[in-house]
Design a binder for this molecule. Structure first.
Ligand code: GLN
Length: 274
């Protein structure tokens, strides 16, 4: 079938999700309908969805949703698709901030769908946080997620761009916890990534500049405006970047504590104290 011919790994699984989407049913309902013939309108919708997937559009954009930390997140092409690797940052926060009941103040730099900040607000019921993004379209997605997840009252989603001077002062910090999954791909490597990423995901969320590390230097330079004394910074990092990112944050006066590995065993999150 078309998805298999296009070289898509989980073709049967994805086909079932696309059919459920086209039919407006859950996968469980779809299975219950067994071998019913699909109405012509559903078949036509399915052909359209399958054509998008054959063109390598990510499933999350076609379905408009992706699960992260067991929570449903709305997504659009304005935001990076939430990835299981990024759940490592949530695990790290839960391990390091032992008291879940404290009114921690948090900030998420480049919040995108809001998956990091909003998940943390669910896990820390008295925390509040700011989510900054340079894309108004991304913020609209994050705002919708904040509402749907019931944390809108504790989340302030603000337009901000770390390429503009003064961005960090305007956030109202410093904060007890700073988190970020910044763009960390070397710009020259983006076109070599899988087509789903290179052709569909926002460049703003991927492009880390010539060496992939530009965003970390920008964040580190604003440590005093971002992190309280004794507060913590947790950043997602790319494969092999731990030594350089450690020295970037150490030079800015942070004490790098640990790295946390993703499911593939790759150091994926760096934690540091200020
Ligand atoms: N983890 C993403 C990827 O490998 C990159 C996300 C990012 O730059 N923060 O495609």
């Amino acid at each position: 079938m078309a998805l298999t011919a296009a070289g898509i790994d989980n073709a049967r699984f994805e086909a079932r999700l696309l059919l459920a989407e086209a039919a407006g049913l859950s996968v469980a309902q779809l299975i219950a309908h067994g071998t019913d013939a699909a109405p012509p309108a559903v078949a036509a919708t399915l052909r359209g969805l399958a054509a998008r997937r054959v063109g390598r559009e990510p499933m999350a954009y076609i379905l408009g949703e992706r699960e992260f930390w067991g929570l449903p997140f709305k997504v659009s092409p304005a935001v990076l698709v939430p990835r299981p690797d990024s759940e490592t940052l949530i695990e790290a926060a839960l391990a390091l901030l032992a008291d879940r009941t404290k009114p921690w103040r948090m900030v998420d730099l480049g919040t995108g769908s809001g998956c990091l900040l909003l998940t943390l607000l669910r896990e820390f019921p008295n925390a509040s946080g700011v989510g900054m993004d340079a894309s108004a379209d991304a913020l609209a997605v994050a705002q919708a997620n904040a509402g749907a997840l019931g944390v809108a009252g504790r989340a302030e989603l603000v337009l901000g761009d770390w390429r503009q001077p003064g961005w960090a002062e305007r956030l109202g910090g410093p904060f007890d916890l700073v988190v970020s999954n910044p763009p960390y791909i070397e710009v020259g490597a983006i076109d070599g990534l899988m087509a789903e990423v290179s052709r569909f995901e926002p460049r703003l969320a991927l492009d880390g500049g010539p060496d992939g590390l530009v965003a970390y230097r920008t964040i580190a330079a604003e440590a005093a405006n971002l992190v309280t004394k004794g507060g913590r910074l947790l950043v997602e990092i790319g494969q092999g970047q731990m030594p350089e990112i450690t020295s970037i944050f150490a030079s800015a006066g942070l004490a790098v504590e640990a790295s946390f590995k993703d499911l593939g065993g790759i150091p994926r999150v760096m934690s540091a104290k200020y």
